[in-house]
Design a protein around this ligand. Structure first.
Ligand SMILES: NC(=O)c1ccc[n+]([C@@H]2O[C@H](COP(=O)([O-])OP(=O)(O)OC[C@H]3O[C@@H](n4cnc5c(N)ncnc54)[C@H](OP(=O)(O)O)[C@@H]3O)[C@@H](O)[C@H]2O)c1
Length: 298
């Protein structure tokens, strides 16, 4: 009988995400077991239980997946899991809290494709404003874009203080410099977007962060993407289905949540499948998600 592919799905929350369970089984896992309300200091014991229960050559057929809704905690859990491995005993490790790693990866990959193919620009040549960067999707999108060399501003809807802490954390953890800016009024947001070429909107579902008039006033804008699929849209005038459609009254192109969504799903599926097919155990975070997503959006 073939050796089974077994996934242990851990979350700090009360429930693992049914989305992730379905995705893992569809990608080919034989078994997905949820572990809920898991704390960081429990990761070592759980991972060592996973690895010591099978001979070392089957480590590659075991995996742990971290959910939740906190990017930093998920990254800490990945690090704790890596430290818990005892070679030659290993296993695959992946995180995608609230789908954020793969959503952010897909969003930035779609923007990169549009910049390249429609505006002859690269991420490293553009300035980007990220809305919702205290959330999981916005945090990852800002880091991915900054790691690619973009000049990134993270916009605080309630002022500069909280995004400044995020910026410090991004610097400490990933060595990237992002600029925290105060977006606590419509006037401040208009000024911020007047100075950037790309807008990434990753704010709370059902919250409009910029009006159509604010987008029209953004004279340098090339591309704007929004991952909020719940009306009203985060960026007024960019339809959820928009896939490189011109934003009315501008020469910029818009990308909506339902153009990004399928890329997100393909990316998560692809990473899960990669763990199943790997010959050596993998450790996958949003950087791996982005590398995969940019090949999928072509
Ligand atoms: N298309 C897809 O495939 C997909 C997948 C996953 C998520 N999403 C969407 O992505 C977006 C972000 O998700 P998430 O999980 O990162 O959410 P989240 O963790 O709740 O973060 C939401 C962000 O929006 C900010 N925010 C709250 N109220 C705001 C306001 N009035 N104006 C501006 N910003 C405001 C939050 O700030 P605070 O820190 O103050 O709360 C936070 O930075 C959501 O719209 C979600 O539905 C899309």
């Amino acid at each position: 009988m073939a050796d089974k592919n077994i996934l242990h799905m851990l979350t700090p929350h009360k429930h693992v995400s049914p989305f992730d369970v379905n995705m893992a089984l569809d990608a080919g896992y034989d078994s997905v077991t949820p572990y809920e309300e898991v704390e960081l200091d429990e990761i070592t014991d759980l991972v060592q239980d996973v690895i010591f229960s099978r001979p070392p050559h089957l480590g590659v057929k075991s995996a742990v997946f971290f959910g939740g809704d906190d990017a930093v905690l998920a990254l800490d859990m990945i690090e704790a899991a890596k430290k818990a491995l005892v070679p030659p005993f290993g296993c695959n490790i992946m995180a995608d809290p609230a789908g954020s790693f793969t959503t952010a990866a897909a969003m930035v990959a779609c923007v990169e494709r549009t910049l390249k193919t429609k505006k002859q620009r690269q991420l490293k040549d553009v300035s980007i404003a990220v809305f919702g960067a205290t959330g999981v999707v916005g945090y990852c999108a800002a880091v991915i874009a900054a790691m690619e060399g973009a000049s990134v501003k993270i916009v605080g809807h309630d002022g500069r203080e909280r995004v400044a802490k995020r910026a410090e954390e991004m610097k400490h953890r990933f060595g990237v410099d992002v600029e925290p800016v105060d977006g606590s009024s419509a006037e401040k947001n208009t000024a911020i977007v007047g100075d950037v070429e790309v807008i990434l909107a990753a704010a709370k579902a059902g919250v409009q962060v910029l009006s159509a008039d604010q987008l029209k006033a953004a004279s340098k804008l090339l591309v704007a993407a929004d991952v909020n699929a719940v009306p009203p849209m985060g960026l007024e005038g960019i339809d959820v289905m928009a896939d490189e459609q011109e934003i009315a009254g501008t020469r910029a192109l818009g990308i909506g949540a339902l153009a990004i969504g399928p890329m997100k799903s393909k990316t998560e599926y692809g990473l899960l499948k990669r763990m199943i097919e790997a010959e050596e155990p993998q450790a996958l975070d949003f950087r791996d998600a982005f590398q995969l997503a940019r090949t999928l959006v072509q």
